[in-house]
Design a protein around this ligand. Structure first.
Ligand code: SAH
Ligand code: SF4
Ligand code: F3S
Length: 476
């Protein structure tokens, strides 16, 4: 049993991060464990978690498991969890309730969780007292140990908890089974050192560790030769890429430039903290056609007082200046954001400041959230002094405004011809294909299978609140 420890996960040691480039192998006796058995993985949370699920999947397939169509058919059921807000926890525990039910009729199924919730002491304590019937809990820092953890859970037939509180080395060759054949997630860094006062991520993902530029470029080159069209560079705070290197002077703009040279058709990156966004980055993005004009730039709040309490290290004015600088340099840039309402001590006036920023920036889109206290974070110690009713009213008002501008920005594309990477069939069925514009807007088009995986010119014929409809003009 290895339990998470919040105090330990908070510490930032000076020890050097090792980069392990050995081939990734698992013992022969683990390779057959999953023969004739199926697995089911459900992923919650951010793109980094989706990327981790691609590794969890590959590890299970190394053990001969195959993917199930639904959880009822599976022999191993794994939830890759997110700790960012309480409502995700409720969903995960709700799902575990269903799995418990299934286990009553099929006692041999194996149920486990991975991801950020595993790193939380409160979660593991709850599992140990009320979910003892589960089989394993594995953390974010040791997902490469899934085969061993699973093996032990199967041997002992008891709940196995293996969570490392502190991040380990960067392990380069852990296998991946990617979700798509056309677009890929590429980790460029792990962890986060920003410690925004409301946020659990620095505790669940450990200290910032950047991958070496050559390893990232090598991965992208391989993706190009495998026919991938788009990559998204992933980090909690990609602008801080390289700040943790102590012997090389290399930053996010250098990386963007080098990745751009690989010839990949489309490059995206998430997430950008406004604090570390440099002019060099804007120049590189502007000057390289294959870096997409799309920015996810979370503001969180428009009030200087709240931003300070959140520990974001910029104020409303700084944000607006950066926003305008990007729009000036790259006029067609689309910019989306994240906003939290109901942070402790947020008054009506503070909230008005947030609405004011939304009115000024007219964002292409925004993810909006009600503040959720996370155990162990500094904000959780502040008095949560706004009623739920008030928080909900603010959220509704904010969403109304956000939706108005999102629709307006979509309307600007009506009758324009825009490049779309066709990813596959839309959920709408009936020959409807879907894909995203360079500016990351969802487009549905009627078309033939032959367009899948291609970047095509699409004329926008109809605008909806959340998506666009269009007609294909030409294929690349
Ligand atoms: N690294 C990114 C954000 C990652 S978390 C950044 O700093 O921009 C994604 C979003 O979840 C955050 O931008 C924030 O808006 C929201 N979030 C994080 N912690 C939260 C909390 N405790 N309550 C509500 N929303 C939260
Ligand atoms: Fe959380 Fe802030 Fe780090 Fe983003 S930058 S992951 S909000 S601590
Ligand atoms: Fe959630 Fe962890 Fe991502 S808390 S948002 S899955 S880093």
């Amino acid at each position: 049993m290895k339990m998470p420890n919040l105090m330990e996960s908070k510490q930032r040691g000076k020890e050097k991060v090792k980069i392990i480039k050995d081939d990734f192998i698992i013992d022969n006796d683990l390779k057959k464990i999953g023969q004739d058995k199926k697995y089911y993985i459900k992923t919650y949370g951010c793109q980094m978690n989706m990327r981790d699920s691609e590794t969890l999947r590959a590890l299970l397939e190394m053990m001969s498991y195959t993917e199930a169509d639904n959880y009822e058919q599976a022999d191993i059921l794994l939830l890759n969890t997110c700790a960012i807000r309480e409502n995700v926890h409720n969903k995960v525990f709700g799902m575990l309730g269903r799995f418990k039910h299934l286990k009553e009729s099929r006692p041999n199924i194996v149920v486990g969780i991975a991801g950020c919730m595993s790193q939380e002491e409160v979660v593991v304590e709850k599992i140990l007292s009320k979910y003892k019937w589960m089989d394993f809990v594995i953390g974010t820092h040791n997902i490469h140990r899934l085969p061993q953890v699973l093996d032990e859970a199967l041997e002992k037939r008891g709940l196995k908890v293996e969570v490392w509180s502190k991040e380990g080395d960067i392990i380069e060759n852990v296998p991946i089974k990617r979700d798509s054949e056309y677009k890929a997630w590429v980790n460029i860094m792990y962890g986060c050192d920003k410690f925004c006062t409301y946020c659990i991520v620095p505790y669940t993902r450990g200290k910032q560790r950047s991958r070496m530029p050559e390893d990232i470029v090598k991965e992208v080159k391989e993706l190009v030769s495998d026919g991938y069209k788009e990559i998204t560079l992933l980090g909690q705070n990609v602008n801080a890429y390289g700040k943790d290197f102590d012997n090389i002077n290399y930053n996010m703009s250098n990386l963007l430039e080098d990745v751009s040279k690989t010839g990949i058709k489309r490059i995206r990156f998430v997430t950008s903290h406004p604090w570390d966004f440099t002019d060099d980055m804007i120049d590189v993005i502007k000057n390289n056609e294959n870096i997409m004009p799309y920015f996810h730039l979370p503001i969180q709040s428009g009030s200087d007082k709240i931003l300070k309490l959140m520990g974001r290290r910029y104020n409303k004015q700084d944000y607006l200046e950066l926003f305008n600088k990007i729009k000036q340099a790259i006029p067609n840039a689309s910019i989306t954001t994240d906003i939290i309402v109901g942070f402790p001590n947020e008054t009506e006036e503070d909230f008005e400041e947030t609405l004011d920023v939304v009115n000024k920036c007219k964002f292409d889109g925004a993810y909006t959230f009600i503040y959720s206290p996370r155990v162990g974070t500094p904000a959780a110690k502040m008095e949560d002094n706004i009623t739920l009713e008030e928080k909900e009213l603010r959220l509704q008002e904010l969403n109304k405004l956000v939706n108005k501008y999102s629709r307006l920005s979509n309307e600007k594309l009506l009758h324009q011809v825009v490049p779309v990477l066709i990813e596959g069939y839309s959920e709408k069925g009936n020959n409807t294909l879907m894909g995203y514009t360079d500016t990351f807007k969802l487009v549905n088009v009627i078309g033939d299978e032959k367009y899948i995986g291609k970047i095509v010119d699409v004329e926008i014929t109809e605008v909806k609140s959340w998506s666009l409809n269009g007609r294909i003009n030409d294929a690349d």
